[in-house]
Design a protein around this ligand. Structure first.
Ligand SMILES: CC(C)(COP(=O)(O)OP(=O)(O)OC[C@H]1O[C@@H](n2cnc3c(N)ncnc32)[C@H](O)[C@@H]1OP(=O)(O)O)[C@@H](O)C(=O)NCCC(=O)NCCS
Length: 169
C-alpha cells in the first residue's frame, strides 16, 4: 500500500466516492457530479502546495493510477480555535481488507514524523461501525458525541482524538 497526492486525473475516483449514495450514506448523502472536476482540481492544488495532505490509497505501488480510496488530513478553524482533522473513504471492492486502517495509520505516522499537525481529530458518524472501528483500532481516544457539518449538512458523529506522536511509539 502506498499513499500519493491527489492529482487532476482522479476525477472518476472522486465521483465513485462522493456521488454514490452508499458511499455517502453516513456523510449526508451523495454530492452532485457537476462539482467534482472543480473539487479535484482544488484538492490537487492544495496537495501540491502542501496546504493539506490529500492522499489517494494505492494498493499496488506499480499501478499508481489504480486507487482504493483516499485519506485526508487538513486544518480548519472551529469555535475552539484551529483543528487538525482526518477523514477517509475506501471503495466497496477494497473494503474489509484492512486498507482503511493501514492508510490512516500510515498518514498519522507521517504526521508524527513531521511534527506538524498537533492533535488530530476524527468525526465518523455514530453508526458507521467500520470508521469507528478504524479509530478504535488505530488508538484514537473517544471524547464525546457531537454534531458536525459535512458539505453544509449536519451529522451525528463521534469525536475521536489522537496524538500522532503516539502512533510512532
Ligand atoms: C469506513 C471505511 C473507510 C472502512 O474502510 P475498510 O478498509 O473497509 O476498513 P478496515 O478493513 O481497515 O477495518 C478497520 C477496522 O474496522 C473494523 N470494521 C470494518 N468493517 C466493519 C464493520 N462493518 N463493522 C464493524 N467493524 C468493522 C475492522 O475489523 C477493523 O478493526 P480491527 O483492526 O480491530 O479488526 C469504508 O467502509 C468506507 O469508505 N465506507 C464508506 C464511506 C465512509 O463511511 N467513509 C467514512 C466517513 S466517516
Amino acid at each position: 500500500m502506498q499513499l500519493r497526492n491527489v492529482s487532476t486525473a482522479d476525477v472518476e475516483a472522486y465521483v465513485r466516492m462522493r456521488c454514490d449514495p452508499v458511499m455517502m450514506a453516513d456523510l449526508g448523502g451523495p454530492l452532485p457530479r457537476a462539482g467534482m472536476a472543480d473539487k479535484v482540481h482544488r484538492d490537487a492544488r492544495e496537495a501540491a502546495e502542501d496546504i493539506a495532505w490529500l492522499k489517494m490509497i494505492v494498493p499496488d505501488a506499480t499501478c499508481p493510477d489504480a486507487v482504493a480510496g483516499m485519506v485526508a488530513l487538513w486544518a480548519h478553524d472551529s469555535d475552539d480555535g484551529p483543528v487538525s482533522e482526518i477523514g477517509w473513504m475506501v471503495l466497496p471492492e477494497f473494503q474489509g481488507q484492512g486498507l482503511g486502517k493501514l492508510a490512516v495509520r500510515t498518514l498519522l505516522e507521517q504526521a508524527g514524523r513531521a511534527n506538524r499537525w498537533g492533535l488530530v481529530h476524527a468525526f465518523p458518524a455514530v453508526n458507521n461501525a467500520a470508521s469507528n472501528g478504524i479509530c478504535r483500532s488505530v488508538g484514537f481516544q473517544l471524547l464525546a458525541e457531537t454534531a458536525v457539518f459535512f458539505s453544509g449538512r449536519p451529522l451525528k458523529s463521534n469525536h475521536w482524538v489522537i496524538d500522532p506522536a503516539q502512533v510512532l511509539s
